[in-house]
Ligand binder design. Structure first.
Ligand code: BJW
Ligand code: ZN
Length: 235
């Protein structure tokens, strides 16, 4: 099992959520922008934040850490082992690298849906001119938003169930680039530990999980993951 967070995309140029931010959005915390309350109160500010992020992420490419996870998946499959990648990221970079067995816990920033009725919409939010108002759903006139999971919202049921079930049955868990500040994702590796699994964290900084896990590689994922996978390939 692998659980990834924003840190794995940092070396692709995608800013993380809780490390020092520069520029336009430095004064807002993710809790202030990624919530239904924020969207209800200031839909334009929230959508501008997403437009900025979509345009940044559109230019990003998978880095050696994403690619190493594709190789790890290949290796596991070749050796008849189960493999699952659970990501909190909404940036599509694991899919772009070629990962197959992947569960998106917090949705995908490139999809759009109605905040009211949930219907998926073929609308590129980054291309919307917000000066002309907030885009509306064609079915119910509700406001359109990215198809991601905000604080206080439930995770997609299928993703959540798979993640719980597989985490409890995992003998080896790799946790890459997450502060483990957000539930329920932060609890998945703990579930593995409680069931006798081994957890290895790759993160240059210490996270909420660090005091509890079995092993740490305190390095950037782009260096540590390819080295780890190469070592595994050599047996
Ligand atoms: C590197 C690196 C390099 C840097 N290499 N590493 C139980 C207890 C208390 C509260 C709750 C609870 N259960 C649920 C809650 C409420 C809430 C919650 O967790 N609150 C916390 C603040 C405590 N959770 C929810 O509301 C969730 N829903 C839910 O549980 O529903 C049921 C329920 C609701 C309410 C109450 C109870 C139950 C939903 C959570 C949704 C999170 N959404 C976001 C936004 C997604 C959309 C978007 O992208 O805009 O998801 S918030 C943001 O945080 C995003 C991320 O996926 C998530 C995690 O962040 P991540 O990935 O860890 O990033 P960072 O920035 O925090 O860390 C980066 C790390 O990378 C750092 O450690 C760096 O060191 C490292 N790094 N460079 C490797 N090169
Ligand atoms: Zn609608």
């Amino acid at each position: 099992m692998v659980l990834t967070g924003a840190g794995i995309s940092a070396e692709s140029g995608v800013p993380t959520f809780r490390e020092a931010q520069e520029g336009l959005w430095a004064k807002y915390s993710p809790e202030e922008l990624a919530s239904p309350k924020a969207f209800q109160q200031h839909p334009e500010i929230v959508l501008r934040w997403y437009q900025w992020r979509i345009s940044l992420i559109s230019q990003a490419r998978p880095n050696p850490a994403h690619q190493a996870l594709v190789q790890l998946e290949d290796l596991c499959i070749r050796e008849g082992k189960r493999f699952l990648l659970i990501t909190q990221n909404v940036d599509n970079l694991h899919q772009a690298a070629g990962s197959q067995q992947i569960v998106e816990l917090h949705g995908n920033i490139f999809r759009t849906r109605c905040h009211h009725c949930g219907t998926r919409q073929e609308r590129n939010l980054a291309a919307v001119d917000l000066e002309e108002g907030i885009p509306h759903c064609q079915q119910c006139q509700g406001l359109l938003r990215p198809d991601v999971v905000w604080f206080g919202e439930t995770l997609p049921a299928a993703a959540l169930n798979t993640a719980w079930e597989q985490s409890a049955n995992s003998d080896f868990y790799l946790v890459v680039g997450t502060s483990a500040a957000v539930e329920p994702a932060a609890s998945f590796p703990i579930l593995a530990l409680e069931n006798g699994g081994t957890v290895l964290e790759i993160n240059p900084n210490s996270s909420n999980l660090s005091p509890r896990i079995s092993y740490r590689l305190p390095h950037p994922a782009g260096a540590a993951l390819p080295a780890l996978v190469q070592a595994l390939q050599q047996g």
